[in-house]
Design a protein. Sequence first.
Length: 223
Amino acid sequence: MAYKRVTTPTELPTGENLTGAMVGIGLNFAARPAENPNIEDTLIAASREAMDGDDLRVLSILISWLDIHHPRINADRLYRAVFHESSDRVRAFWTAVSQWLNGDRRFLRFMKLHTGSRIDLLRAGSDFHIRRRGEDPRFSGTCLRIPAGVLRDRRGDVLSEAELARRHTTYRERVRSGPSYRADMWVMIARDPDLSASELARGTYGSFATAWQVKRDHGLLTG
């Protein structure tokens, strides 16, 4: 049977598992960190909790995390997953992030994820708050309307790049060789050299061709 590439997770973490995954990628909540959780899966799950679950604390820390760590995101992987996201609010969030981070050209295609009217972060009272204090300057002019002062700057609740690189092996490899499927595959095969190319591809949401090359190159170095 031919390999069929997986682009979206079959299940995202929720509840305590999500909290552990968020701590595992450097968001400081009072929970035990998961070991090396998938970065993009955790970001998508956190954005669901923030936007559909109206969890402003998660959203505040998530935005602070993105401000610091967005260069280490595999933008292609994240886009492929969010493209199939059913929630308009989650898609609008990632479009707004791409508009906010317009200096990172890897996120340009995210702007296509939401093309309708602007969405209010707050389900009620946005006009009142914006009249009083204006909009959050980070998202002013994006597709997401956020009143100023609603989201705190939580950079103190996010691990630095150096701290996260010490904790998270995939993040560390992305620092060393760039945020790519190949980087993630090297982490996986280092842990389990017996993985097949198909298993390597599925475990990282990558292509079979890239996984086959990593499997071959790993054999050259260790065989």
